[in-house]
Design a protein. Structure first.
Length: 257
């Protein structure tokens, strides 16, 4: 199953997932894109049990999207309990701030996991990242997720779901997928939705590509932005911003800077 963690209460950009892309909330557009992946399985929006996120559940109902509601800040608990509810063997974790995610990238990570499921506990394209920021895909076995749920104690391990796993390669079998082009755009191209400037970029990209190439992905977006530096400037001040920048001293395997 694929879990898209979603809430309205972003501190940096409240209600960001409800911002329209082509007249439809961004998180619904994202679910549409994720569902194009062959290996996504059941796609579930996992939101909080707070009243302000009733709108997420309502929009999921209108759009025929499976929805689970759980802990507001303990994302590890939310993912674990959602997985139990849907009887998952493995969980694909994708944050809702990736509305331009490419289903081909999702399938590439999942094919690696499925091909080697007896040999790996966790596969992602993030350690180290090479794809443009906003194509985050992680897949974790239910066994590894359960171990993390039982044992993780630090706040950031609970809030971000998977650090307990990928930061312990001596215990868990961890594998990474690099962008097959050989490029590394992880710190130069930002397509994630955290700030109003990010939304302006994402809205512009969606407007440019969705009508002519509905199935647009990483290749089409990269070509567009390589030729449109004016669009890349919209959110360039936030390129390289990530949650783990505040935890470098606590993460043994973090490959940044």
């Amino acid at each position: 199953m694929t879990v898209i963690q979603t809430r309205t209460g972003s501190t940096r950009f409240p209600g960001k997932v409800l911002r329209p892309l082509g007249g439809t909330p961004a998180f619904v557009r994202m679910v549409e894109r994720v569902k194009r992946a062959w290996h996504a399985g059941t796609v579930v929006v996992a939101t909080t049990d707070l009243p302000k996120d009733d709108i997420i559940e309502y929009l999921c109902m209108l759009s025929d999207i499976s929805c689970y509601r759980g802990h507001p800040t303990d994302l590890l608990d939310r993912h674990y309990r959602a997985a139990l509810s849907f009887r998952a063997d493995a969980v694909v974790k994708i944050p809702s701030d990736c509305p331009l995610i490419d289903h081909r990238v999702i399938d590439r990570v999942l094919e690696e996991y499925l091909t080697h499921s007896e040999e790996v506990d966790y596969v992602s394209n993030l350690h180290p990242a090479t794809y443009p920021d906003g194509n985050d895909v992680e897949v974790v076995s239910m066994e590894a997720l359960t171990a993390a749920w039982l044992e993780a104690k630090r706040d950031f391990e609970r809030e971000h779901t998977t650090p307990f796993i990928w930061d312990r390669p001596e215990r868990f079998r961890v594998r990474n997928i690099a962008w097959e082009t050989g490029r590394d755009c992880s710190l130069t191209h930002r397509w994630t939705l955290d700030y109003p400037e990010d939304y302006e970029l994402i809205k512009a990209v969606y407007g440019e590509l969705s009508t002519t190439t509905p199935d647009f992905g990483v290749d089409e977006i990269t070509r567009l932005l390589d030729g449109r530096p004016d669009l890349r400037k919209l959110n360039e001040r936030y390129v390289g911003v990530a949650w783990y920048n505040h935890h470098r001293h606590e993460l043994k395997t973090l490959n940044v800077g």
